[in-house]
Design a protein around this ligand. Structure first.
Ligand SMILES: [Zn+2]
Length: 587
């Protein structure tokens, strides 16, 4: 299924890239372009650049790049047509009816249906005779039955086939269930067997904002390992995007979300009336999760465990959350290791007090900077002041800096101007250093291709660079086509990804069509689009002459015909045997 160029041109002219990206990224003008903090990786200074002129974006930090469609695919986890549809709807256009391929959408619906059926099954098991132990586990942890029902908690029986049989009977086949990660597949001695992924575990369904069950977390009830089994990435779920209980917390949260560490903390908080609690799934907080939260809140209250690991995670989370523009406060949990324990021991009021007294991120970092220093000594004071000056130098608001400097001068009994001088000196340095570094890095990255997503690049560096220049020339200068068409063919290409990109570019320019990223994105995955976009951007640093292009064609052909460097995996059995004989003869 392919959308016509007329439709795409129309879409492109009606949707401008700034309006697509700005709900997700705070963009600032820099010359002709816009920059902001990348939504796809964690950063403090903007390397995410939007080029309105070519309706494309590129991140010099992580190499993510593409057009408006690629952006939507990536940030909303959509397939190509879903993303086009979303953009088209916004522009008041409808997709052409004919040949609309929705097989992917159908498959996703089926996975969601299977997940829903599985959630119901687990929930029913929890309230059956065999679920007694699991139910006791929840009740002993202080959960009320209505809370258990509210969250749809469940129990996966200690059996290899029970969920499989149940869902098979409902018409879901094994292949689909495996793709939903509800079943696993073993392939022993050529005999394929499917079995339940979750066994003898208490089950937490993960529900998205539309009320779909998209994944499960399964926890053991004793000390056996692994403690958790979670749904891996599927058609409907991306782990790096997963947030637990956001479906409940998104409404009526006053713009504030409490970020807790685990399922049980979140559930205990909700039961105690803190219905704005959520947990980010997976081992480490991701930029994508932070971005998602920033759409439903202005402020996050980090409430991780009070142990060392929890505090480390807190510092990391502060950086990630602030980079999305969220205000951050940190709860100092005293009197218990996690929210669950504190509420159980002292009741909800204590937790409310902790929220009231929560430090913001800068206060928290200043508190941490004080750890282990003796502030009654001059040496301790100096060290502390120097740490704090570093922290304040990175703040963008002068008012904030002023407030902290006043506080600090009172507390340490030093002159406020002295504090401010320290901060200003560091800030000037910091800003100058960052700016120069950034510019150097960006030029270098483009030309060296250090952010390339072409996995064969390093082992075929000379050829790959030639390929890239040829592709970039044609993308930027479609009028070169008649002058080079007899000199180069698709089969001259060596690396597989470049070969594919060239094929698609060639097809478009040979028909007189534009080969800008926007028109190529239906043919590539978002990851591949990173590379397409990098090549397109690289062309702005090239000479852009037919000669340059022809030189690279020469180099590529030489590389192609160069003997040696034979890849064993690409040889036929006979040739391989021959090669082997040659080598042993030599030895
Ligand atoms: Zn990035």
């Amino acid at each position: 299924m392919r959308l016509s160029d007329t439709f795409l041109e129309d879409l492109r002219s009606r949707v401008d890239i700034e309006s697509v990206i700005s709900p997700y990224v705070n963009l600032r003008r820099r010359g002709k372009n816009l920059v902001g903090l990348c939504p796809f990786h964690n950063e403090k200074t903007p390397s995410f650049t939007v080029y309105p002129e070519t309706e494309s974006f590129y991140c010099f930090g992580c190499g993510a790049g593409g057009d408006i469609v690629t952006f939507m695919r990536r940030i909303e986890n959509l397939d190509y047509l879903e993303a086009v549809k979303m953009l088209a709807e916004r522009a008041g256009m409808s997709l052409p009816e004919d040949g609309f391929d929705d097989s992917m959408a159908k498959q996703r619906t089926k996975v969601l249906e299977a997940n829903r059926a599985a959630a119901k099954f687990f929930h029913a098991q929890l309230f059956s005779e065999r679920g007694r132990e699991a139910l006791d586990y929840f009740l002993n942890r202080g959960l009320k039955v209505e809370t258990i029902r509210h969250f749809g908690l469940g129990y996966a029986p200690n059996d290899w086939q029970e969920l499989k049989n149940h869902l098979n009977k409902m018409g879901f086949d094994d292949v689909l269930l495996e793709s939903a990660n509800l079943l696993r597949r073993s392939d022993k001695n050529g005999r394929v067997r499917y079995y339940d992924n979750f066994r003898n575990r208490i089950m937490f369904p993960i529900i998205d904002l539309r009320g779909n069950v998209i994944a499960f977390g399964g926890r053991v009830m004793d000390d056996s390992k692994p403690k958790y089994i979670n749904t891996s990435d599927t058609l409907v779920y991306k782990k790096s995007n997963g947030v637990f209980a956001l479906n409940f917390a998104k409404n009526g949260n006053d713009g504030k979300l409490i970020v807790a560490e685990g399922y049980m903390d979140v559930i205990a908080l909700h039961q105690a009336g803190f219905t704005n609690a959520i947990a980010c799934l997976g081992t480490a907080l991701t930029k994508e999760q932070a971005n998602l939260l920033s759409r439903y809140a202005k402020e996050v209250l980090i409430s991780y465990d009070s142990d060392e690991a929890g505090q480390k995670a807190t510092e990391r989370a502060i950086g990630i959350f602030s980079s999305t523009g969220l205000e951050v406060r940190v709860l100092r949990l005293s009197g218990g290791k996690d929210p669950d324990e504190i509420i159980k021991k002292y009741g909800p009021q204590r937790f409310r007090d902790i929220i009231e007294g929560a430090a913001n991120d800068t206060e928290y970092r200043i508190l941490r900077a004080r750890d282990g220093l003796d502030l009654s000594s001059d040496d301790g004071k100096l060290k502390f002041l120097s740490h704090v000056a570093d922290i304040l130098a990175e703040l963008s608001s002068p008012i904030e800096v002023d407030i902290y400097a006043s506080r600090l001068s009172r507390e340490l009994d030093v002159d406020k101007t002295a504090v401010m001088t320290q901060v200003k000196y560091r800030r000037d340095n910091y800003v100058r250093r960052r700016k120069a570094e950034r510019e150097r890095e960006q030029q270098k990255k483009l030309m060296e291709g250090s952010l390339s997503k072409n996995t064969e690049r390093t082992s075929n560096l000379r050829a790959a660079k030639a390929e890239e220049t040829i592709i970039a020339s044609l993308m930027r200068n479609p009028d070169f086509y008649p002058k080079i068409k007899n000199e180069i063919a698709v089969d001259d290409f060596i690396t597989a990804l470049n070969k594919r990109i060239f094929t698609v570019v060639l097809e478009r320019v040979s028909q007189g069509n534009s080969a800008e990223p926007f028109f190529l994105s239906s043919a590539f995955t978002p990851d591949e689009m990173d590379e397409v976009t990098r090549l397109f951007r690289q062309s702005s640093q090239m000479r852009n002459t037919v000669e340059e292009c022809l030189d690279c064609i020469k180099i590529l052909k030489m590389e192609k015909n160069r003997p040696g460097d034979i890849k064993a995996s690409e040889l036929s059995n006979d040739d391989f045997a021959k090669l082997f004989r040659q080598n042993t003869d030599k030895g």
